[in-house]
Design a protein around this ligand. Structure first.
Ligand SMILES: Nc1nc2c(ncn2[C@@H]2O[C@H](COP(=O)(O)OP(=O)(O)OP(=O)(O)O)[C@@H](O)[C@H]2O)c(=O)[nH]1
Ligand SMILES: [Mg+2]
Ligand SMILES: [Zn+2]
Length: 329
């Protein structure tokens, strides 16, 4: 009798739903860290849709899911995604009608950029920041590879840091390679779930290796011929930090296409434009062609950065996202 009961309870346990955190996603399978026990590789069953948006990855790193073990294959099967606190999403470049969720349930989005090898352009930064604003995710900027900057580039960086800090985005300048400025980043990551994004080859995995050497993440030289990264990290993956918190390493992004943003809303995602909108003559001013526009005046007198304004206009007129592929490849 006892043996029968144990057998039944084992069977029951095997089939019972478990809850876990998605720590890696390849688009066809997902590695899930359950509340108890070892990680399980899972597939999905059924369709998961996001507010009618077609996504290339219905389940993302950071998702909390329910799953059960498929006895035949030994793999897990994800049956439910728990309500997301938030997510950061971009248009998929190859399948532009589709969206790609970079990560879900995050505390902060950290954009890593470089002004040297391969250079990140302001339009890319602004598109990323606007997207983070749209989903109410605090965003920070790391300028990496400062060991390669000459005087001119340092002054360009200082200009950008001053612009972005004034708007409210914390900026950090580091050299992951020389381990300079990394302590501040360790502190920034403490006890938070952070996603680290940016172009390929800017040093995301290098930085994570410095912060958590045991991880031994793959890194690769930047191609001299194309001045672009080699797309070394191929899937987003969440790593636990000894100091507490998690960092999500992501594959390099080429261009940042904005998803699902109403034209009327775009100015809401540029905080410095949003802040002075009431000073414009027209309540529905788009800050593009209208007379007595406080935003255009602020650009003219240098209170609002001209490159930020240019990024805003490019989003407003719906410039082809493809044009903002800022890294040749
Ligand atoms: N000079 C210099 N090189 C760096 C620095 N940080 C990273 N690198 C180099 O940049 C190259 C790319 O680094 P990765 O860490 O692979 O870049 P990644 O952003 O993870 O790239 P993907 O995985 O392709 O998205 C490597 O050769 C690194 O050694 C830095 O601070 N200074
Ligand atoms: Mg990488
Ligand atoms: Zn205006």
């Amino acid at each position: 009798m006892g043996i029968v009961l144990i057998a039944i309870s084992l069977l029951f346990n095997k089939n019972s739903l478990k809850k876990g955190l998605v720590i890696k996603s390849t688009g066809s399978w997902y590695r899930v860290n359950p509340d108890e026990g070892n990680t399980v590789d899972c597939k999905i069953r059924g369709k998961f849709r996001l507010k009618g948006i077609k996504t290339t990855n219905p389940v993302a790193v950071g998702d909390i899911v329910d799953f059960k073990i498929d006895e035949k294959t030994g793999f897990g099967v994800i049956t439910k995604i728990h309500q997301r606190k938030n997510y950061i999403i971009r248009k998929s470049i190859n399948l532009s009608k589709r969206a790609h969720i970079i990560a879900a349930n995050i505390d902060q989005a950290i954009l890593m950029v470089t002004l040297a090898k391969p250079k990140t352009y302001p339009e890319f930064i602004d598109r990323f920041l606007a997207s983070a604003e749209a989903y109410s995710i605090p965003a920070k900027i790391i300028f990496n590879k400062i060991d390669l900057y000459n005087k001119e580039i340092i002054s360009e960086m200082q200009q950008l840091i001053s612009t972005y800090t004034k708007i409210g985005y914390d900026c950090f300048s580091i050299s992951a390679k020389q381990k300079k400025g990394v302590d501040e980043i360790t502190e920034l990551l403490n006890n938070k779930i952070s996603v680290l994004a940016g172009h390929s080859g800017i040093g995301k995995s290098t930085l994570i290796n410095v912060i958590e050497p045991g991880l031994n993440l793959k890194t690769n030289e930047v191609s001299e011929a194309h001045d672009s990264g080699m797309h070394t990290t191929t899937y987003p993956e969440m790593h636990a930090l000894k100091s507490g918190g998690y960092i999500i390493d992501t594959p390099g992004i080429k261009g940042f296409g904005i998803v699902d943003m109403d034209k009327k809303e775009i100015s809401h995602f540029f905080p410095e434009i949003f802040a002075i909108r009431n000073k414009c003559q027209y309540y529905n001013c788009t800050h593009s062609h209208e007379p007595n526009c406080a935003v255009k005046q602020a650009v003219d007198n240098g209170e609002i950065s001209a490159t930020r304004y240019k990024s805003y206009i490019s989003l407003l007129i719906g410039d082809d996202d493809e044009k903002y592929r800022t890294v040749p490849y």
